[in-house]
Design a protein. Structure first.
Length: 655
């Protein structure tokens, strides 16, 4: 057999047989009679796992595929019930469409430049300080000039040698300046408002900027240092809370405990075991103290600096004190910022949500004017202004006089917009833009009206012009259905199914246990002296069952007791209770920073034990919902049998 004949025979067998059919068919899985294609799955998988280090690993794909199959089954169940045909559903979906459309209503070339600018900036971090003089966005020219003169006078003093820290304490309207001397720490792109960010990245190191106007007022900015971005790290921690109102003895006790744990770690103890046993951060104990990824400006400064000082994965910090308590930090992973290609989409989403997107929107409106052949009618806007009475500025005007006024105002392609339409828009929006000068107000309203009419035309064409917009609308549609059907089958059902909830609790009551707790009373007083007075009188047998507010507060006199709390408290549930020794009969007065005080008394120590249904209702309902969902998914998989195309799945698994 000739080689060419053999090749032809092999190709014929492959491309006409079962193997070719499998390669040509891009179905990833079926459920019932429905198919989900590989491209659809890859789109949602990559979108929802943008920073995953194990992207396309077998474990990651298997986990996400299981979730996505369940998602599609639930949406199918919602559609079979016709939940997407109600008027309420359609109205809500249209509202989401309007919101989603906003990200498409800007110039993409300008947006790309803004994204690149953001990338350049997140590669650098600026140690920045500022002085703020408050000024409202709608301030009068007189108030604006006054604020300008004030901030320029401060700038002159700084340039003549006044220390910036002293100036911030003395002059800044930022309340935090009294403590931080105007320091904002290190900033990067998106960590502050765009106007401020622009000025900071344009500033020379160590120099005082010219005044910068933001929605808060005028700022003077000083950049002290410029460093390369530190990237992102992932860390876990052990937290022992420092008693907020504890004395030095209690504070030293916590300090000694954290250093003891640190010593145990140095001697080879398991970090995860110590987290589970001792850490008081309830949000992270179940996952080994994991805090996930973070970068500059996301954590409190002392914690952040200690975490970033760890050089190698697995390294553990010495105990670090923050306002939350003592921490031991373990570095679990780290990565640089990433290349532009890697994080472009993430930055794009941030730009779209940020005020900098207005820059792109202005350019976009001009492009729409060109694309849709916008043509103003000469003199029409001026004629409309002349036809308006002065009462339009007083908020009492309505558009009825223009109801039948079909004089053309402008054209968008073949569509003509007339005076009547602009009058209706003016009536609806005049209160938002009312100014002393009528012509200025109408010009602003005219510009906004033109913009809104252009955007309406563009919005109608979004699905045709942008396939990704159509995909996102499908996601909103399915997400809304998922919420509604899950609410019916799981969340609301768990709350209303009293008998089912009781049976679930009876079968699982051993899971819901009290830790050791105290029965205590906390009396809030207006001063430390009053707290001592309450302590002396409240401890008497004759006063134990009396209403302390009635006992101490006399009509016409300043309050002695402001609030009384009585209840049962576990460790970590109340700062005052955590600050005193747990022993029956213990009573203490604790001073607050604001001059008020509390008197605390321990009435009883309660041992751990099972919680009643009402005492753990929230946790039990949550677990019951999980059980209902599990059963529901099993039912759906039976109703709509799922078949995975393993050949196509294997094609996308990373070796």
């Amino acid at each position: 057999m000739k080689l060419s004949t053999l090749v032809w025979f092999i190709l014929s067998a492959v491309f006409s047989g079962p193997l070719y059919a499998q390669l040509k068919d891009s179905t990833l899985f079926t459920f019932g009679q429905d198919k989900v294609m590989l491209d659809e799955f890859r789109y949602v998988y990559e979108k929802n796992n943008p920073n995953a280090g194990d992207l396309y690993s077998k474990k990651s794909l298997d986990e996400y595929l299981n979730l996505y199959v369940n998602f599609k089954l639930k949406v199918k169940a919602a559609e079979s019930q016709g939940l997407d045909t109600s008027q309420a559903f359609k109205t809500e979906l249209e509202g989401y469409r309007r919101q989603l459309a906003q990200s498409y209503l800007s110039d993409h070339d300008v947006s790309d430049k803004l994204v690149k600018e953001a990338y350049e900036r997140i590669s650098r971090e600026l140690k920045t300080s500022h002085i703020l003089i408050n000024l409202m966005p709608d301030a009068t020219p007189e108030d604006t000039l006054k604020a300008w003169n004030k901030i320029m006078a401060i700038r002159d003093e700084l340039n003549k040698g006044l220390n910036f820290d002293e100036a911030a304490i003395k002059y800044s309207d930022d309340p935090s300046a009294k403590d931080n001397h105007g320091s904002l720490g290190y900033i990067t792109a998106f960590s502050t408002i765009y106007a401020f960010e622009n000025a900071a990245y344009a500033a020379a190191i160590g120099k005082i900027s010219m005044p910068v106007r933001t929605k808060f007022g005028y700022h003077l900015i000083k950049v002290d240092k410029d460093r390369k971005a530190r990237g992102m790290i992932k860390a876990s921690h052990i937290l022992l809370r420092q008693p907020k109102f504890g004395d030095s003895l209690r504070q030293n006790e916590v300090k000694n405990r954290i250093f003891d744990l640190y010593k145990q770690l140095q001697n080879g103890a398991s970090f995860e075991e110590l987290v589970a046993k001792y850490s008081e951060d309830k949000n992270t104990t179940a996952r080994g103290g994991d805090l996930d990824w973070f970068g500059t400006g996301k954590m409190i400064l002392e914690f952040e600096d200690a975490a970033f000082s760890l050089k190698s994965v697995g390294a553990i910090s010495e105990p670090v004190l923050t306002k939350y308590g003592w921490h031991i930090i373990k570095l679990t992973d780290k990565k640089p910022i990433g290349t532009y290609a890697e994080i472009k989409n993430e930055l794009k989403r941030k730009v779209e949500k940020d005020t900098r997107s207005e820059v792109a929107k202005k350019v976009f409106i001009q492009s729409l004017k060109n694309e849709y052949q916008f043509e103003p009618v000469s003199g029409a806007a001026e004629a409309f202004l002349l036809a308006l009475p002065d009462s339009v500025n007083q908020g009492k005007w309505n558009a009825s006089a223009f109801n039948n006024d079909r004089r053309p105002l402008f054209k968008i392609g073949d569509k003509t917009i007339d005076f009547a339409e602009f009058a209706q828009f003016t009536e609806q929006n005049v209160k938002k833009y009312r100014t002393a000068k009528k012509s200025k107000m109408i010009q602003e309203l005219y510009d906004i009206f033109v913009e809104s009419e252009l955007l309406k035309v563009e919005e109608k064409n979004l699905e045709k012009k942008h396939p990704e917009f159509a995909k996102l609308m499908k996601e909103y549609h399915d997400g809304m259905l998922l919420f509604e059907i899950t609410n019916q089958q799981v969340w609301e059902k768990a709350i209303k199914d009293t008998l089912g909830l009781q049976k679930f609790y009876a079968d699982n009551h051993q899971k819901y246990q009290w830790a050791e707790r105290v029965d205590a009373r906390i009396i809030h007083c207006s001063s430390s002296a009053n707290a001592e007075r309450v302590k002396k009188e409240a401890g008497k047998k004759s006063n134990r069952n009396k209403d302390l507010k009635e006992l101490f507060n006399k009509e016409g006199l300043p309050l002695v007791v402001t609030k009384v709390e009585e209840g049962q408290y576990e460790k970590g549930s109340n700062d005052y209770i955590d600050s005193i020794n747990w022993a029956v009969g213990t009573s203490r007065t604790l001073a607050n920073p604001d001059g008020t005080a509390v008197y605390v008394e321990i009435k009883e120590i309660l041992k751990g034990g099972p919680k009643k249904l009402e005492e753990a209702r929230g946790y039990i309902i949550s677990d019951y919902q999980a059980r209902l969902e599990q059963n529901w998914i099993a039912q759906l998989r039976y109703q709509y049998p799922v078949t995975i195309n393993k050949i196509n799945l294997d094609r996308i698994i990373k070796p």
